[in-house]
Design a protein around this ligand. Structure first.
Ligand code: HEM
Length: 462
């Protein structure tokens, strides 16, 4: 999942912004603001001082005694597991926490379930514009008159979502199930005969790239290639990765323009053709709009779904009694198991909103323009909502987790499809390889936005 960022690609004929759109001057530009900020609490290393203070931006936090060091920007905090010690402390002592930001004004970190839901459900107070990433977009980035749905507020967001929603209803997702199951078979077939493989790259990552290719009406191989481009876009922004990122961005733009041209000339029964023919508030979609849809769809469903499978299997390896329970009745138990893995892993770490007005949250005064960052993994372990919240219980039911968002207008468009992808892949994999075992240590990406292992070696055993 990404945000649109600085522009290198330009097009002529910009058009006026609709309400709720960015008033930027460039066409969509770089992408992949994964914001693996190397933010740290360098000035907060003294354990006696407790959690990171707000710096200049905020008041001291309560009860520092025994507090862990709070740093939700440092990707290291999300390596090997989400920082549940920090989340637990914040939920209890400072649920609307003023977090310092080395290169920015600071933000409010929101960790309680009830508050995460509230922020997600009130777009008039908590806006998705200009971005859902913690970093602000660089000046001059974006594109006049074009907005990615993820960064739009109602009423524009409502109109945009209407354009695509019928492709993602429970009924539409269910209709895709046989094809997704077939893709799962193909994916697992490809590792048959091997002793070991990388569960993330060889299995989990294949599924979302194939499914999105299928939806967009492009060859499966191309889906894989585009997915690799988004990976490059997500890597930490430094001098060495900048050229690769620019190349990946250009490749995606060129590819989306080719699809635009091809499907404009010969529409098919696919999401690309639907988007190309679509209009929002009576304004036809142009190739930049299409490019933004293309990016959002490839990206939003990619590493999220992959990381749920990778992180979920790691959790099962770490809880062998739960894995054994699941294997006793894979078909019957996979439904609740997937929901619990979503709660447990919470692949999307956070989303940001921006206050539109001076307001308050749980008694804390917020100024207009403040960044408010909701932490789904923290909400998903809130003991006020989940009994035995720190235990993985695959039969947990009900399980009102917020892994797909807090229930507001932006709640994950692909949630039904994601569940089917995850279920089909786990059923195929564990059905064929019930003796699947971890075969080495996982590695972790450098991100504070999307959580899950980058690699996970496994031994394929029947
Ligand atoms: C385990 C897999 C997934 C997880 C955990 C996940 C999580 C999320 C979250 C947390 C949001 C933001 C919710 C909010 O701001 O309130 C979101 C939005 C979105 N997701 Fe997913 N997602 C997953 C899979 C998918 C898939 C497979 C697709 C599509 C193919 C998809 C498409 C989208 C889109 C388009 C949005 C933006 C919705 C909007 O702005 O209205 N996601 N997702």
């Amino acid at each position: 999942m990404t945000a649109v960022e600085p522009g290198e690609l330009r097009r002529s004929g910009d058009r006026p912004a609709r309400s709720g759109q960015a008033g930027h001057t460039d066409p969509p530009a770089g992408v992949g603001a994964r914001h693996e900020q190397q933010g740290n609490c360098d000035d907060r290393t003294d354990p006696e001082r407790g959690p990171c203070p707000a710096g200049a931006a905020g008041p001291p936090v309560a009860s520092p005694a025994m507090a862990p060091r709070i740093d939700l920007l440092d990707p290291a905090s999300f390596r090997g597991g989400q920082p549940h010690d920090q989340f637990a402390w914040l939920r209890e002592h400072d649920p609307v926490h003023r977090h310092a930001e080395p290169d920015g004004p600071g933000f409010w970190a929101v960790t309680r379930y009830e508050d995460v839901r509230l922020v997600g459900r009130e777009p008039t107070r908590f806006s998705s514009h200009p971005t859902i990433m913690i970093d602000d977009p660089p000046p001059g980035s974006g594109s006049e008159g074009h907005t990615m749905m993820l960064m739009a507020d109602p009423p524009l967001h409502t109109a945009m979502r209407r354009l695509v929603s019928r492709s993602f209803t429970p009924r539409a997702a269910t209709a895709l199930r046989p094809r997704v199951a077939e893709l799962a078979r193909q994916i697992v077939d490809a590792v048959d005969g091997r002793d070991t493989c990388d569960l993330v790259a060889d299995l989990a990552g294949e599924m979302p790239s194939f499914v999105i290719a299928e939806l967009l009406g492009i060859p499966l191989e191309d889906g894989r290639r585009l997915y690799a481009c988004t990976e490059a876009l997500h890597s930490v922004r430094d001098a060495s990765s900048r050229a690769a990122q620019a190349a990946a961005y250009r490749e995606m733009f060129t590819y989306s323009r080719q699809v635009w041209e091809r499907k404009s000339a010969e529409p098919g029964d696919d999401l690309s053709s639907l988007l190309i023919a679509g209009a929002i508030d009576g304004v036809p979609q142009d190739e930049i709009d299409f490019f933004l849809w293309f990016l959002l769809l490839i990206d939003a469903g990619g590493d999220t779904t992959r990381n749920l499978v990778g992180g979920g299997m790691l959790a099962l390896f770490e809880h062998p009694e739960q894995l054994a329970w699941l294997l006793e009745d894979l078909d019957g138990r996979l439904g609740t198991a997937v929901e619990e893995l979503l709660r447990w892993v919470s692949p999307v770490i956070h989303m940001r909103r921006t206050t539109t007005t001076a307001t308050e949250l749980r008694g804390t005064a917020l100024q207009a323009g403040d960044k408010v960052v909701v932490y789904y993994g923290a909400a998903n372990r809130d003991p006020e909502v989940f009994a035995d919240a720190e235990q993985l219980l695959l039969d947990r039911d009900p399980n009102p987790h917020v892994a797909f968002g807090g229930g507001g207008p932006h709640i994950c468009l692909g949630a039904h499809l994601a569940r089917i992808e995850i279920e089909c892949l786990l059923r195929e994999l564990l059905g064929r390889y019930p003796g699947l075992r971890q075969a080495g240590e996982p590695t972790w990406p450098s991100s504070n936005f999307i959580y899950g292992p980058r690699t996970l070696p496994v031994r394929l055993a029947g």
